[in-house]
Design a binder for this molecule. Sequence first.
Ligand SMILES: *[C@@H]1O[C@H](CO)[C@@H](O)[C@H](O)[C@H]1NC(C)=O
Ligand SMILES: *[C@@H]1O[C@H](CO)[C@@H](O)[C@H](O)[C@H]1NC(C)=O
Length: 204
Amino acid sequence: MSGGGLVVFGLVVKALLEVWSVQEAGVASQVACAARCSQHDACGGFQWNTDACRLVVDASVPGAVKGMLTNVFRLNSYKTNYILYEFPLPPGGISPTVAFETCRNNSMDLVPNPVTPKDRASLSIRLSGGFYIDMIRASNGSYVTWSSGVLVPDTDIYGWLPGEPEGGDQQCMAIGGYLSLYLDCLCSYKDTNAGVICVYSALH
Ligand SMILES: *[C@@H]1O[C@H](CO)[C@@H](O)[C@H](O)[C@H]1NC(C)=O
Ligand SMILES: *[C@@H]1O[C@H](CO)[C@@H](O)[C@H](O)[C@H]1NC(C)=O
């Protein structure tokens, strides 16, 4: 996204959950509103309404207010070189294993763990209550990527949902709720609130 990389936004008509946002003053156009979002290090999308520019930001941004927003342009540029793709909500939910396969079978990968406030903010705009990430708990208790076994620092897990982690045999990892916090679950468990978010590589 830096160095002249492509910045991609996609319209999300109705996000399932409330998101955090701030109103920007002095923005004259939708294009200028998009630019404000790209430049803001905790912005993951924007809403433009005639003459009002609202940035969807990470919950940690001072002054951010929580509310339902419709017609939000989600920043689909993710990490430095991925584009987000969200499947329509699977009727009856989906398990981590089937979500992983759904991405793979469509030449994509399950979304990697979000680390920056910007990536968390873009994933807060979604069709599902929760989604699985490319991260599992290894047998020694460390976290590694599911796709390739690369170690993920514990400090990258920025907060757990109440009652989580449940540990034990629950190896798979998901993010859920309007604060987008972590939970663990069985990789075969079909969660009725879960959606599928994948990534593919952006061309450079
Ligand atoms: C993915 O493809 C494999 C191999 O064709 C198939 O067995 C599996 O059921 C597919 N899974 C999904 C979720 O599409
Ligand atoms: C635990 O296992 C992972 C994956 O095999 C490995 O990368 C990591 O170094 C191990 N951690 C410890 C503390 O041994």
